[in-house]
Design a protein around this ligand. Structure first.
Ligand code: NAG
Ligand code: NAG
Ligand code: NAG
Ligand code: NAG
Ligand code: NAG
Length: 467
């Protein structure tokens, strides 16, 4: 090793060993409030993880949720089962038997398992997760026009969906609330409730078709049913559409039908069209499911910019938060076997392999906690920059400011961050992810003028956490 004379950098800053980029953060200019970052273990992925050796599965759970050494995910998305059985990867329903008519008493069954998701939820809760999103892919088959929870079909009783068996709209609302009550009994507070998944797509698995107007019709039943059960604090979500464009259309129909005020969160997936400019709504927007479904498994942070790489995901999250006013950002599935990038972690025989996508999410989720407010940034057009002021009462970040910097260039950049509009910084820490590091702590310094200086390595993401 050769010792570099330290003085040389100070004397000859123009040598260009590392360019310095000025970044500004204005705490007085605020944008959306962040709900958090999530993933799902639906369709028995939770069972698959649970069945691994305790040491292996506990390590995976720790990497997902630990707020000091893990990715610190803050929302879990559970699938509300609609299948009469648990064969294959089916999620079984709490109402396996058709009561015969919507007016007859339903015989709910709670198996204390919920396709492994109750266990997963309890793990998340133990790590401090406070947001639980329960999301149905379909109503039970007997409530639908096609008599099956799979293969599309619509909820009987909605406009354009008449059934000889009657009007099952209220029964479906009651059923969703019963699911919430079972979770409450188990100590898990469901905070968000969705009744649709990709309602424009007839899947061979659990699926249910709905237009925006039909969704509005159901929201007008679900909302008072929640209130009648003293559960108004639970936010209704809609509609987990397949793509941003179709969700924009559905949202417009919900607004036109006068149901926007009863809705809590607008939710969409980006499979068929990706987030662009913000939706035309005052409600928070969540991107609730996305993955590289078919790409060959990679654990890389950066290799060639492929759809499964960590830095690609960090960039997607950044752009969703800064360009599309997104408040909640979800990966599709946490763990799964097989050779694609669909899961964040791959179950490979008895082992779990962690992809850098976990750390891309972690780089946001660890430092941008539920309740954080996005604030304005300036400068650094060669970088992707965002900043978030955490809530003072957040037990992890305790009001700290997170300045998030992605450098997709091939050279390191030194940044100098000046924060205006708040009290003076008292301390700074920084964490980095790149090809060799997974949310490792790195150096950053607080200058006498109150500005922060640190290096953002080539093809990396660094979070500067300023107290
Ligand atoms: C849940 O039920 C499945 C069978 O469907 C079983 O294999 C599993 O051990 C149960 N418990 C958990 C936590 O997954
Ligand atoms: C999170 O990880 C730290 C070690 O980094 C450990 O001390 C702590 O117990 C873990 N938290 C939980 C809730 O297990
Ligand atoms: C409603 O729920 C709140 C807590 O969410 C509780 O304090 C209150 O007692 C409940 N009221 C009724 C009528 O159950
Ligand atoms: C961004 O979302 C928030 C809710 O999270 C909303 O109040 C605000 O109006 C939205 N802004 C834009 C530009 O859509
Ligand atoms: C990153 O941190 C881990 C411990 O969390 C450590 O084992 C590893 O050596 C660090 N990597 C680098 C490149 O510093």
């Amino acid at each position: 090793m050769r010792l570099l004379p330290i003085i040389s950098l100070a004397l000859y800053p123009s040598l260009g060993l590392s360019q310095t980029t000025a970044i500004t953060v204005d705490l007085t200019k605020t944008y959306q409030t962040i709900s958090g970052f999530g993933f799902s273990q639906a369709f028995q992925r939770a069972v698959q993880l649970y069945k691994l050796a305790p040491a292996v599965r506990d390590k995976a759970v720790d990497i997902f949720f630990n707020t000091t050494s893990g990715a610190a995910f803050s929302i879990l998305r559970n699938g509300i089962g609609s299948s009469p059985d648990s064969s294959s990867d089916h999620m079984n329903t709490i109402l396996p038997r058709n009561p015969g008519s919507p007016s007859l008493a339903p015989a709910y069954v709670w198996d204390g398992n919920d396709s492994g998701q109750l266990w997963m939820s309890k793990q998340a809760l133990a790590y401090g997760v406070k947001n639980f999103y329960a999301n149905a892919w379909s109503a039970p088959g007997f409530m639908k026009t096609n008599g099956n929870d799979a293969g599309g079909g619509s909820l009987c009783g909605l406009a354009g969906a008449r059934c000889n068996s009657g009007d099952w709209r209220q029964a479906y609302a009651d059923y969703l609330i019963q699911y919430v009550k079972y979770y409450a009994q188990e100590g898990i507070p469901i905070t968000h409730l969705g009744f649709l998944n990709e309602p424009e797509f007839t899947a061979s698995y659990a699926s249910m078709i709905s237009s925006g107007s039909q969704s509005a019709e159901f929201i007008k039943i679900l909302s008072p049913t929640l209130a009648a059960n003293n559960l108004s604090s639970i936010k209704i979500t809609c509609c987990d559409a397949e793509g941003w464009q179709s969700q924009a259309g559905m949202t417009q129909q919900i607004v036109s039908a006068g149901a926007e005020s009863l809705l809590g969160v607008v939710t969409s997936h980006p499979y068929t069209s990706q987030p662009g400019s913000p939706f035309n709504t005052r409600l928070p927007v969540w991107q609730t499911e996305w993955a590289d479904l078919n790409g060959g498994w990679t654990t890389a942070w950066y290799s060639n910019g492929g759809a499964g790489e960590g830095m690609t995901w960090a960039t997607r999250i950044h752009s969703g938060l800064t360009s599309s006013n997104i408040s909640g950002y979800f990966a599709w599935v946490g763990t799964q076997s097989g050779g694609t990038n669909e899961p964040l972690m791959r179950i490979d025989g008895a082992n779990v392999i962690v992809s850098k996508r976990v750390w891309a999410f972690g780089q946001f989720s660890r430092f941008v906690r539920p309740g954080a407010v996005r604030v304005a940034t300036g400068g650094g057009t060669n970088l992707r920059i965002s900043a978030f002021k955490n809530a003072a009462d957040d037990d992890v970040m305790k009001g700290a400011l997170a300045v998030q910097v992605i450098n997709s260039g091939t050279g390191a950049t030194t940044v100098n961050i000046k924060v205006s509009g708040g009290t003076a910084a008292t301390a700074v820490k920084a964490w980095v992810t790149d090809n060799t590091r997974d949310l490792n702590e790195t150096t950053a310094t607080l200058g006498t003028d109150g500005s922060i200086t640190g290096s953002v390595p080539a093809r990396s993401m660094v979070s500067f956490v300023i107290s």
